[in-house]
Ligand binder design. Sequence first.
Ligand SMILES: Nc1nc2c(c(=O)[nH]1)N[C@H]1C(S)=C(S)[C@@H](COP(=O)(O)O)O[C@H]1N2
Ligand SMILES: [Mo]
Length: 198
Amino acid sequence: MYFGKVRKKGPSDRVPPNQNVTTSFPVLHYGNVPYYKNLDNWTLKIFGQVEHEVILSYKELMDLPQTTSGNDIHCVTGWSKLDNVWEGVSTQQLAKLARPKEAARFVILHAEENWTTNLPIEDFLKETSLLAHSHNGEALTPEHGFPLRAVIPHLYFWKSAKWLRGIEFSLENRPGFWEENGYHMYGDPWKEQRMTWD
Ligand SMILES: Nc1nc2c(c(=O)[nH]1)N[C@H]1C(S)=C(S)[C@@H](COP(=O)(O)O)O[C@H]1N2
Ligand SMILES: [Mo]
């Protein structure tokens, strides 16, 4: 006897349960899209439980070794987009600069307008996680996170903060914006961890 949830089968093993593939690129967020006149005052701060706090200018970020990564993304509202190609800097590369302390267990991503999201340090540092400045060969548009967004493809896409400005290594897990509003603390699309109680 099966007592679990009844789940529709996805169109392929690349699509998590109850997701629909779209070829468009929906825009989804809470709050306002920042439009930067220039990036002179833009910085990315890596702080918290780190050996070296780091504040990178946009140029310093772009001068770091670059990486290209292909993946599928899955939004909690039910759309999935396959075969994205992102270019940017790997999260492991950034960790080399700041050197998270051994006690660090979680990462809080800080975006413009104080929007945040949280995830375990292992997930942030996974080899497939990166901070991207371009998608499918083009610079990110303002709506999709220009100049820099996180891409954490193995979790629901709300963990992939757009307009990223800070990376905080933390001893404890703290719910971010959507997590405080009922979304799951972890968000594994394959387990359908959509809401807190899933
Ligand atoms: N700063 C910020 N990042 C965010 C969000 C947000 O509200 N603010 N929404 C998340 C959600 S729910 C999704 S599905 C993706 C959407 O990214 P896209 O608009 O590029 O498709 O961004 C994520 N990153
Ligand atoms: Mo989402």
